[in-house]
Design a protein around this ligand. Structure first.
Ligand code: HEM
Length: 265
């Protein structure tokens, strides 16, 4: 155990830790962006609100969430120490300069890019995660067609939510027809309202530019740090790094604030 900690405190150990935590965070981003795509559904936010209930109440996902928080902290601390170490090495003229990966602009500025992403993340968590977990996000009630599951009009806000929990029940509409009622907290509306703010939309766009640069270098570099970047699939790793993590994922995330900012209702 002690030797494992000692290894993680060496230069190579820190790089391995950065690579493993970085790849875990990349996996999280795929899940997060896929789940958030529900924001684009034309259903008054029902699918997104139900997805949020699942993500915050299903025990295995809750456990993975705690692992995620720990990973973010480890990645940030280790990245900070690595940046300091590289800076000191550059001053005395060895180390970072010999690293073949240190050629691109992104590779030289991973520390700055990471800091911008961290600042973005603190604002992001305060706006959404903290509000959902500890804030007062009101409940809403959706009415659904029992057969098709289609949402029958805009949801109604529930004023006296008290100690309510998300739930579903059967009822009848004004014509006596059976309908399903879904009662959930309206995180969709929290997201929608947040992205009416110009400064927040701009911050998200800047955050996504930093994320794109950080991932273009970080994704492929992590395979190199782990020593598994074989020449026969190096171009595949490079391609995934650029097209999936450097372009597709940041673009999909960036589309979310832009969509709500320009949304009519
Ligand atoms: C730009 C579009 C994005 C939207 C609309 C969005 C939305 C949300 C919402 C509503 C939550 C709180 C719900 C929950 O805890 O499950 C959340 C949590 C979180 N988001 Fe985002 N997010 C976006 C981008 C990002 C990006 C780019 C990152 C990372 C760089 C990120 C990292 C996180 C983390 C770490 C959590 C906490 C997850 C957990 O508790 O398991 N998000 N996001």
């Amino acid at each position: 155990m002690n030797s494992a900690f000692k290894f993680l405190d060496t230069s190579i150990g820190r790089k391995v830790l950065m690579a493993l935590t970085g790849l875990f965070l990349c996996t999280f981003l795929i899940v997060h962006v896929s789940g958030n795509m529900q924001l684009f559904k034309n259903d008054y936010g029902l699918a997104f609100n139900q997805y949020s209930v699942f993500m915050t109440t299903f025990t295995p996902i809750k456990v993975v969430s705690y692992l995620l928080y720990l990973t973010i902290i480890l990645h940030a601390i280790s990245g900070f120490r690595l940046t300091m170490q590289n800076r000191a090495a550059r001053k005395i003229g060895y180390g970072a300069a010999k690293d073949p990966r240190s050629s691109s602009w992104a590779s030289k500025n991973m520390g700055i890019l990471g800091t911008i992403i961290l600042l973005f993340l603190v604002t992001h968590m305060a706006n959404f995660w903290f509000k959902y977990k500890f804030g007062d996000v009101p409940y809403v009630q959706y009415m659904l067609d029992v057969n098709s599951g289609e949402v029958l009009g805009a949801p109604v806000g529930l004023t006296d939510s008290g100690h309510m929990k998300p739930h579903e029940l059967m009822a009848s509409d004004a014509n006596g027809q059976p309908v399903k009622l879904v009662i959930v907290r309206d995180l969709y509306n929290v997201v929608k309202m947040a992205f009416q703010e110009t400064w927040l939309v701009v911050l998200y766009l800047l955050g996504m530019i930093a994320l794109a640069y950080h991932l273009v270098h970080g994704f492929q570099s992590s395979f190199q740090s782990l020593g598994i970047r074989h020449p026969s699939y190096a171009s595949l790793i490079q391609g995934i790094g650029v097209w999936v993590f450097g372009i597709l994922i940041p673009l999909l995330f960036a589309a979310m604030p832009v969509y709500f900012y320009f949304m009519k209702s």
